[in-house]
Design a binder for this molecule. Structure first.
Ligand code: C5P
Length: 408
């Protein structure tokens, strides 16, 4: 999604400038054309050569340099940009933009652009809290500038407070979200579930499963990058929260059902990727069950959990996942019918390169019209996009899907 996009990365004079070398590198590796503009003070912290080496492009440091390919039309980058990112953004650049000043290449480019501008502030805590800076930030927010960070933590001055440059992954997530705003899912609401639910036995133990949440998070991020407004209802995972997605954390199947029912009241699509427990202990012990009290063994009585996917109904596209070990297509077809799904994505979890924990998946997609598509091994992100391609196709033919379920 970053491939062939022109990202103008403006770097200003803060110590966090060194961290942005990683950002420039990651964006370039993802296929973006990264055009760097550095202010004079930024070049005191890190050299233009670093960025030239990482981006393989000329780094602009002056407005009137006859050797620069951008020296003639100083608004060339303003026009070429799909998005402008200022990281780190000092109090000074924030003030200049707020005041409409254009006395160097970066401020002139920002003043001249129609592209969205993402600002990642990083500064001394007192500078950040100064009413002048706060007023300037508020002005830019009101004008539609997009802010990411700053974060809280230890600052270069040794003080603890607001003013740290936010994580690079957070900036990349924001760039993707902004670039995806006009994607084929723009304006659509999508609810995604992810992770494996945990059903408590006592305050210490639970019944869980091997789901890592990777597939569900990939679906949520892919939908975000295509312009959707995404709600991610997630059971516990070790993954970091995706940027630009509304996250509802849950633990049990019952909690997940409650969150799903609430979220689908306003959705166009529900994609249930979560591995939901099929059984939960009939009762949860109040205290830790002591092995000294249970004799030779312990018998747990389990009761069924709600089948969320089968039970939630409404005017939205329903996509389910199925982890199968045998008769894959036949079993998935049954689930598609029983749970009244539009699409079921089924994976063979017996294969080591597919399913739990890994970054790749081998999936067969079955749609309600009977079409079966066996996808080759691919990344979970690619699988997510293939599912969303089908969803987009169905959304454009939505009246039929409504008729099928008898929704008036
Ligand atoms: O029936 P099975 O568990 O194989 O179905 C898998 C699909 O149903 C997944 O999409 C899963 O998220 C969903 N599911 C559910 N509630 C359950 C069990 C599974 O919504 N209790």
């Amino acid at each position: 999604m970053l491939a062939n996009k022109t990202i103008v990365l403006g770097i200003t004079g803060g110590i966090a400038a060194y961290k942005v070398a990683d950002l420039a590198s990651k964006l370039t590796q993802a296929g973006a054309r990264v055009e760097i503009i550095m202010t004079k003070s930024a070049t005191e912290f890190i050299t233009p050569l670093t960025f030239r080496s990482l981006t393989h492009r000329t780094v602009v440091t002056e407005m009137f340099n006859v050797n620069s390919e951008f020296s003639i039309g100083h608004v060339a980058l303003a026009t070429a940009a799909d998005v402008i990112v200022i990281a780190p953004a000092t109090a000074n650049i924030v003030a200049k933009i707020a005041g409409g000043i254009a006395d160097d290449m970066l401020s002139a480019t920002v003043l001249a652009t129609e592209a969205p501008v993402i600002v990642a502030p990083a500064m001394n805590v007192n500078m950040y809290q100064n009413p002048a800076t706060q007023d300037n930030l508020a002005k830019l927010k009101a004008r539609g500038f997009i802010f990411v960070g700053p974060g809280y933590g230890r600052l270069a001055s040794g003080k603890i407070g607001m003013g740290r440059l936010t994580d690079i992954e957070e900036i990349i997530g924001t760039i993707k979200q902004v670039l995806g705003r006009s994607g084929d899912l723009a304006g659509k609401n999508i609810v995604v579930t992810a992770g494996g639910t945990q059903e408590a036995i006592d305050p210490v133990r639970y019944i869980g499963n091997r789901s890592s949440g990777k597939m569900g998070y990939a679906v949520a991020e892919a939908a975000r990058d295509r312009g959707a407004k995404v709600t991610l209802i997630t059971a516990p995972t070790a993954l970091s929260k995706p940027v630009g997605v509304a996250v509802t954390p849950v633990t049990t199947a019952v909690q997940m059902k409650k969150a799903v029912v609430k979220a689908v009241a306003q959705t166009d699509v529900l994609i249930m990727v979560a591995a939901v427990a099929d059984y939960q202990p009939k009762s949860v012990a109040k205290g830790k069950i002591k092995k000294e009290t249970t004799g030779a063994g312990l018998t747990l009585e389990l009761v069924k959990t709600p089948d969320i996917l089968a039970e939630v109904k409404g005017d939205f596209i329903k996509v389910g996942f199925a982890a199968e070990t045998e008769d894959i297509v036949a079993n998935a077809r049954k689930k598609l019918a029983n749970k009244q799904l539009d699409i079921i994505a089924v994976n063979d979890v017996t294969s080591p390169d597919s399913g739990f924990g890994v970054d790749t998946n081998r999936v067969t997609l079955i749609s309600h019209d009977g079409k079966v598509e066996s996808l080759p091994l691919m990344s979970k992100r690619e699988v997510a996009d293939r599912i969303l391609d089908k969803v987009v196709g169905m959304l454009t033919k939505k009246p039929q899907s409504q008729m099928r379920r008898g929704v008036s």
